[in-house]
Design a protein around this ligand. Sequence first.
Ligand SMILES: [Zn+2]
Length: 209
Amino acid sequence: MVNPLPENIKYCPRCANSLVWKMDGGRERPACPTPDCKFIFFGESSIGCAGVVLRDNKALLVQRGWEPFSGTWQLPGGYVEQDEVITEGVAREVMEEAGVEAEVNRAVAFRHSLGGTAGGPSANVYIVFALDYVSGEPIWDGDEIANAGFFSLEEMGQMEGVQGLSRWAIELTLNSNDSQGLRLQQGGSMATRPGWSLFGIDMPDPDRL
Ligand SMILES: [Zn+2]
């Protein structure tokens, strides 16, 4: 099997020592020999998010102003920062790209895509949330985002370049209710820790488990 980790990762990002190759978890990986550091390069991963915001059975879409895929319409979204609560990250992206305030209701879909030699520059998990509309009319910067608005499925059928993944997630949201999908678990039998956002399917009475 081809090792997907890049040969040109040479220095430790934590202590700047030269990395050596070391067997860990069944595969040779660049590892830091500094005893107190123990950094091991497992490859790059990233987390993306997008929001389905419905209002009067119409979904919020933004039109990309930048390449790649300039001119196409998609759900507002982007990358979640490493130190950002994911529900705040998706609400931030919706506000930044379309000027709409919304709150996470549930997760309706996720996609995992491979990184390394098998795929893109990083492995990625992209999570699509359904958000409850709170306030605001669509506004956009005219640069990164060329246009934005609420559109029905019928209207999307007349538009050029609506991304298939976005449309699919909108259909899932329109055809499900608040009790379906993965819900943010707050309280209940499963204790969470600081920094966690835990999602699961709702149970009628979690205390019975
Ligand atoms: Zn190091």
